[in-house]
Design a protein around this ligand. Structure first.
Ligand code: AMP
Length: 489
């Protein structure tokens, strides 16, 4: 493990790092910090939770410290470093970290993202900031409103670049990058190095140093992964059973649709579990409240969709459940990256139903690991595999006797409500009389459609910008690059 003393951080930064309690550099930091300090471009494949924010923020701050000054003139505080991220939560999180690292310096930082009033952001921008963290759409709004100029940017960071392309931000990124000086350092971080990412890098990075701390698409070795064969009707029961059995104190539970997310959250809350839902239909305020409640431990289960939960850094989440197998194998890597962060151990549990065989095959290919399906053995002797319907070549088949030995739902609810609640070990589970809601009698049915992009992200997305009128996101990414340049290897 390399120590921060090896890189001779400026005293103001070293002090902030020491205050954060970091003892040694994480692998991405040990590799990326010296390269960024030397001014070279970086293409970094780093999983979430590896410490990549500090890997770019610390050297970038160190390099722009030479400009720090206490002048009140905005002209003395032009944007020197621009950090672009796909979602507002992630932007907020990175901006908070930058503020912490820069707290003993005079370097100013700010964050701008969509879905919020532009006025306070405008005021802050007009005062002048050296480090600007932003989502692409809102940044373009500010550029168009002439609230910010980017002609003195020395560093640009494209963080979670794969997700920015997934969301369709490529045209916005191209436009933003066209406003920046050609002479600059560009850092690109992505959980995976897809062909589209390699093309983006070959278009905008100059001789980048490739840094891969874990192979792309590899899941953290600190995360124990389990896959359980569970029919849809039994997922909620299996979730509660496994929480109890594993003594899980807090968890993220991922579902594939907003409707499924809201529904599961309501039903678990009904069961006496402290639950919040995080999905694209929630207002920004509701989302931040749900996150704060989870961080402070008031909430034990955060039920979320991929778009809403992308990049969230919450320390020490002991477990992640994939209530639904994600449609996109890369989302599996992102989801389980919520646990086992910064070296802590984590548990990732996925519920696999008979129709998920193709999705599981994609995950196996991506993580290069064969998935072994396990069975949930409930306390009443019922096993999660028994009611599975059709068999297939991957072994997603009916149990040997095919009988449904599950007891009536009521008896399970009654027997387990208190035990699951006590697994979380705190105050919040006194059973209140809950009015009967017919909604809960229906089994959970995941929607077949993936979550639509939430309105707040839609508002960040390009709509009528002239440069991108004829450009469709994602699938046409490759076509946007005029020349077939050799991707970096
Ligand atoms: P990131 O991958 O940047 O989202 O970081 C994940 C978490 O690791 C954050 O909570 C950081 O505060 C924390 N972290 C970053 N660097 C270190 C370090 N060197 N030692 C311990 N924790 C760190």
């Amino acid at each position: 493990m390399s120590s921060f003393s090896n890189i001779q951080l400026a005293p103001v930064l070293a002090r902030a790092v020491a205050e954060m309690g970091y003892e040694s550099m994480t692998p991405i930091q040990a590799q990326a910090i010296p390269v960024v300090l030397s001014g070279q471009d970086v293409m970094g494949a780093a999983q979430t939770g590896t410490g990549k924010t500090a890997a770019f923020a610390l050297p970038l701050l160190q390099r722009i410290l030479k400009h720090e000054n206490s002048s009140t003139s905005p002209a003395r505080h032009p944007v020197r470093a621009l950090v672009l991220l796909p979602t507002r939560e992630l932007a907020d999180q990175v901006a908070q970290q930058v503020k912490l690292y820069a707290k003993y310096s005079q370097v100013r930082s700010a964050v701008v993202f969509g879905g919020m009033d532009m006025k306070p952001q405008t005021l802050e921008l007009k005062k002048g900031v050296e480090v600007l963290v932003a989502t692409p759409g809102r940044l373009l709004d500010h550029i168009e409103a002439k609230n910010v100029v980017l002609n003195q940017v020395e560093y640009v960071v494209l963080d979670e670049a794969d997700r920015m392309l997934d969301i369709g931000f490529l045209p916005d990124l191209q436009r933003i990058l066209s406003f920046l000086p050609k002479q600059r350092t560009t850092l690109l971080f992505s959980a995976t190095f897809s062909p589209e990412i390699k093309k983006l890098a070959s278009s905008y990075l100059q001789n980048p140093v490739i840094i891969e701390v874990a192979r792309p698409n590899e899941t953290a070795s600190t995360v124990k992964q389990h896959f359980y064969s569970v029919v849809d009707d039994d997922k909620r029961r299996a979730l509660k059973h496994l929480i109890f059995k594993n003594g899980i104190t807090q968890a993220f539970v991922f579902v594939n649709s907003k409707l499924g997310c809201a529904r599961l959250a309501r039903s678990l809350e009904h069961d006496g579990l402290k639950t919040s839902a995080l999905h694209g239909d929630k207002s920004q305020d509701e989302r931040l409240k749900a996150l704060d409640a989870f961080k402070s431990g008031e909430v034990d289960l955060l039920i979320c969709t991929d778009v809403a939960a992308r990049g969230l850094d919450i320390k020490d989440v002991p477990a992640v459940f994939n209530f639904d197998v994600p449609y996109n194998a890369e989302d599996y890597v992102h989801r389980i990256g919520r646990t086992g962060r910064a070296g802590a151990s984590g548990l990732a549990i996925s519920f696999v139903s008979a129709t998920d065989s193709k999705l599981i095959g994609d995950i196996e290919k991506l993580i290069k690991t064969k998935v072994e399906l396990e069975t949930v053995e409930f306390d009443d002797g019922y096993s999660s595999r028994h009611r599975e319907s059709s068999g297939d070549s991957r072994g997603f088949r009916e149990g040997s006797d095919g009988r449904n030995r599950r007891g009536p739902r009521e008896s399970f609810e009654h027997a387990h409500k208190s035990s699951v609640a006590s697994s979380f070990g705190h105050r919040s589970y006194e059973k209140k009389p809950v009015p009967i809601d017919p909604f809960f009698d229906k089994p959970y049915e995941p929607s077949t459609a993936p979550e639509q992009l939430p309105s707040w992200e839609a508002s960040d997305k390009p709509t009528s910008r002239s440069i991108s009128a004829n450009i469709k996101p994602k699938r046409k990414v490759a076509a946007l690059f005029k020349t077939e340049t050799q991707s970096p290897t």
